[in-house]
Design a protein around this ligand. Structure first.
Ligand code: UD1
Length: 426
């Protein structure tokens, strides 16, 4: 199994191109099931999760082709044509690898009137049920039974528009409902919908395919169902989690990094926090620049929230940053339980962190020291990379397949700005 070796202590200087967002690409790929015409996605990242999604789509009879961009991390092109759906079962073997496979449920039901989807796997960050997805499909008229680990959903006479009120914000359930409602009969209102930029990106692509949608980016989305959707060409939104992670790499290591093909608006909740730590973040002609020169980082408190609040997917990285900051930081995780699995690993590197319930208290230390550590989930693993970049000595991270799920060309991108990082393959 591959490992990543980092020799820490280098300042980082230069440019990092930001890839298309994994969390936008996955629902966009699922949306290809809604039409018999070709959906072309540009700026598509090449990641393990995106590869699984392609495999899953092919298992339904979708014709897929992916071509990489001209250079590392420059964005690829998916062509997805669901001319005939030949199978509506999403097998456990594929779904267990990635929770986003559950996004097949809405499109399959809407287009084909039936779907059998295994209950999902994905990162081991808490219980992560799918009850909101199922409730939304039921409100749209689907009949649902659970049998031997599978969700069997049927809507033989089609889905019907309705009002779906989410008890709390769910990104995936909003996406599933949005896609299903696009082809439902009549008007659907999503109340307490997620407002993440990836939802807007999906909505814009669906609109280009002919869907009638109002209120994207607000918590009430109204969809007028149409009979058919058509193909289109859509460029995937830049990855805000990758943007935020590399901005934090500049903060923890010191130096100046320009992040290109992205925008500061995507990391709106992170910018004031980084500024509070003593890091400068500015807009440039090509994207965002992050720099820290001289002074030690300062501690600051943070709490995760649905967008536009601070994203849970940046929590582990922010904690890595706080391990070497001056003072005490309280980090509260409100979205997922059990999302502090990086804490014992950061502690192995000399961090001083106490967890009580949903809050971690981080007392900044002068220096981290390199150590062998283990990646436990996607975002946790990149927090260990950040810690390793700042630590004295060598850090070897095992189980890096977690990283490959979500960070395109990580070693190449970080080496190009002066980090000593390499992949050890066995
Ligand atoms: C998406 C992102 C993930 C991110 C998360 C929160 C993708 C592919 N993944 O995951 O990277 O960390 O949003 O920003 O876009 N919940 C239920 N029942 C449900 C659905 C969710 O209880 O039916 C709970 C979850 O356990 C969690 C909370 O709702 O506590 C939010 O989860 P949700 O927004 O649905 O996350 P995902 O869509 O799975």
């Amino acid at each position: 199994m591959d490992r990543i070796r980092i020799r820490g202590g280098n300042r980082l200087n230069g440019e990092i191109p930001i890839s298309g967002a994994k969390n936008a690409a996955l629902p966009l790929m699922a949306a290809s099931l809604l039409t018999d015409q070709k959906l072309t996605l540009l700026n598509a990242p090449w990641l393990a999760d995106v590869g699984f999604m392609g495999e899953l789509l092919r298992s339904f009879g979708v014709e897929t082709s992916y071509s990489r961009g001209p250079a590392h991390g420059e964005g690829g092109r998916w062509e997805l044509t669901a001319r005939h759906i030949t199978n509506t079962t999403a097998e456990y073997e594929l779904v267990r690898k990635m929770r986003a496979s559950f996004l097949m449920l809405g499109p399959l039901l809407a287009r084909h009137g039936q779907a059998k989807v295994s209950l999902p796997g994905g990162c081991a960050i808490g219980a992560r049920p799918v009850d909101l997805h199922l409730k939304a499909m039921q409100v749209l008229g689907a009949e649902i039974v659970l049998e031997e680990g599978y969700v069997i959903a049927q809507a033989p006479s089609g889905l019907k528009g309705a009002s779906i009120e989410f008890p709390f914000v769910s990104v995936g359930a909003t996406e599933n409902a949005l896609m299903a409602a696009a082809l439902a009969n009549g008007e659907t209102t999503l109340v307490n919908a997620a407002r993440e930029p990836e939802i807007m990106d999906l909505g814009h692509c669906l609109m280009a395919m002919g869907a009638q949608i109002r209120g994207l980016g607000t918590s009430t989305i109204v969809i007028d169902g149409v009979d058919r959707l058509r193909g289109t060409v859509h460029a995937v939104l830049p990855d805000r989690i990758e943007t935020g992670t590399y901005a934090m790499a500049a903060a923890i290591c010191g130096g100046d990094i320009e992040l290109t093909h992205t925008s500061i608006e995507l990391i709106g909740a992170l910018v004031p926090l980084l500024e509070g730590t003593g890091t400068t973040v500015t807009t440039t002609g090509l994207g965002v620049a992050a720099s820290r020169n001289g002074e030690r980082l300062k501690s600051i408190d943070v709490q995760t929230e649905p967008y536009p609040g601070f994203p849970t997917d940046l929590q582990a990285q922010f904690m890595a940053l706080m391990t070497t900051a001056e003072g005490i930081s309280h980090i509260k995780e409100t979205i997922f339980e059990n999302r502090f699995m990086h804490v014992p690993e950061l502690s192995r590197m000399g961090a001083d962190i106490q967890v009580q319930g949903d809050t971690a208290t981080v007392r900044g230390v002068e220096k981290l020291t390199g150590a062998p550590v283990m990646a436990t989930d996607l975002r946790a693993s990149v927090s260990l990379v950040l810690a390793g970049l700042a630590a004295e000595g060598e850090t070897v991270i095992s189980r890096v397949y977690h990283l490959d799920r979500g960070f395109e060309c990580l070693e190449e991108k970080l080496s190009a700005v002066g980090a000593q990082i390499e992949r050890l393959t066995e």
